[in-house]
Design a protein around this ligand. Structure first.
Ligand SMILES: [Zn+2]
Length: 429
């Protein structure tokens, strides 16, 4: 349930920086003739300080140059920026194998409650085009599908040789069948929809579908904040709290396709009522919305915007810091529990709450130290609002590469990359 809500919040984040919210947004032909396709995403103004800009400049976070997708191929005279050809160490080759082997561009789209976003990735993992449209979910399933169709056709017009389509969607998705097992009313009529079948029929392309948080984590694990890691957890702190797990190089989708629903793990027994019917769920304390309400309460205000909170934190406002300190302590308790169960190499924080991480990083580090979890690597998501469609495109590429079993091949390459990275990890402090 939280995932649907998360999709909404991500879309809000995206909308914040995207200007016009109606009408067909023009595809950004990012890669054509430009030296750095991914940098173009940042320049395109896709919203918040989402690490994509970081990828472009390659300067954010730890010194793992592996993260610098956009810079990966600097110099090739043919302008083709093939990650597989980049000289960035072993993880690159591994992580780009599936895309490179597909040898043709692939499309990924992400259908959320507020917006539908799409990208085309080159065989080398470069962003060739992007576009988005408002979902207008209230109009019902068929209009939403027509909107998705218009978006894909626009992308196909720009990149006619695109060879496969991956779909990330809010809801619980059977990734084997490409079918929506359950979705909330954020996408009315979505439950039971055979997404992959619809796409194959509509575009005559091989297609696959998965949950949006799973796709986002895959994107982050291949081209973003958790690049090259085989074990990572994504937690999205938005309207709700969503998430996904990558363990041993594989997405852990669960027996009923609802793996990663961390928002409904109980953090405070008998605590706040949750919309799932239980009390004390993590999302009632850790969502971006919960944080804003708590902070507003402490500051004696009726409401507070994320930007205001961020500013107050930078100004070292006492009440704002107290609110954030309390939030960070709860979050870290939760993260430490995740670590105990899954031992991820990194926990990627996404959603609106993570966008302002620089403003509260010191408080997070303080809380990590207090919990005895200072070694826990917590990183902000880098692909921002595009993580889901980038991940979906990567899934489509992997299917092309390995047929119906493509997912397995793709995840194996993540696994290998993770092992390779693991050897360097031990050298770092
Ligand atoms: Zn709940």
């Amino acid at each position: 349930m939280s995932r649907e809500k998360e999709a909404v919040s991500l879309d809000k984040v995206a909308a914040a920086g995207q200007g016009p919210s109606d009408g067909l947004r023009k595809v950004v032909a990012a890669g054509q003739g430009l030296p750095d396709g991914l940098r173009q995403i940042g320049v395109a103004g896709q919203g918040p300080p989402d690490g994509l800009r970081g990828i472009g400049v390659g300067g954010q976070g730890p010194s793992d140059g592996l993260r610098r997708i956009g810079v990966a191929g600097q110099g090739p005279p043919d302008g083709l920026r093939d990650i597989a050809a980049a000289r960035e160490g072993p993880a690159d080759g591994g992580s780009a194998d599936a895309v490179a082997a597909a040898a043709k561009p692939v499309i990924g789209i992400d259908i959320g409650g507020t917006g539908i976003k799409g990208v085309v990735l080159s065989p080398g993992g470069r962003l060739l085009a992007q576009a988005s449209l408002p979902t207008e979910a209230a109009r019902g399933r068929e209009p939403v599908l027509r909107t998705a169709e218009a978006l894909v056709l626009e992308l196909l017009e720009r990149c006619p040789d695109a060879a496969a389509l991956g779909i990330a969607s809010a809801g619980r998705i059977d990734a084997e069948r490409g079918e929506v097992v359950y979705a909330t009313d954020n996408l009315p009529g979505w439950t039971g929809l055979r997404l992959a079948e619809w796409a194959e029929r509509s575009f005559r392309l091989p297609a696959c579908a998965d949950n949006d948080a799973n796709a986002a984590l895959l994107g982050e694990a291949r081209l973003g904040a958790a690049r090259g890691l085989a074990d990572a957890v994504l937690l999205t702190l938005g309207t709700g709290v969503g998430g996904a797990n990558l363990a041993g190089g594989r997405l852990v989708r669960g027996a009923g396709w609802s793996g990663g629903e961390w928002g409904h793990a109980v953090l405070v027994p008998g605590g706040r009522p949750c919309n799932c019917g239980r009390r004390g769920c993590a999302e009632t304390y850790l969502s971006g919305s919960a944080l804003m309400q708590d902070a507003a309460h402490r500051l004696g205000r009726p409401s507070l915007s994320p930007a205001e909170l961020e500013r107050l934190l930078f100004e070292r406002d006492g009440a704002a810091q107290d609110a954030m300190r309390e939030y960070a302590a709860r979050l870290v308790l939760f993260l430490a529990n995740l670590q105990a169960g899954l031992d991820p190499a990194a926990i990627v924080l996404g959603g609106g709450g993570a966008g302002s991480l620089p403003a509260w990083r010191p408080l997070l580090d303080e809380a990590l130290a207090a919990e005895g979890a200072a070694r826990l690597r917590v990183v902000p998501a880098q692909l921002g609002a595009l993580a889901g469609c980038i991940g979906a495109a990567l899934m489509a590429a992997a299917r092309l590469d390995g047929g119906r079993d493509g997912q397995r091949g793709q995840e194996a390459s993540i696994h290998e990359a993770g092992h390779e990275l693991g050897t360097t990890k031990e050298e770092s402090p």
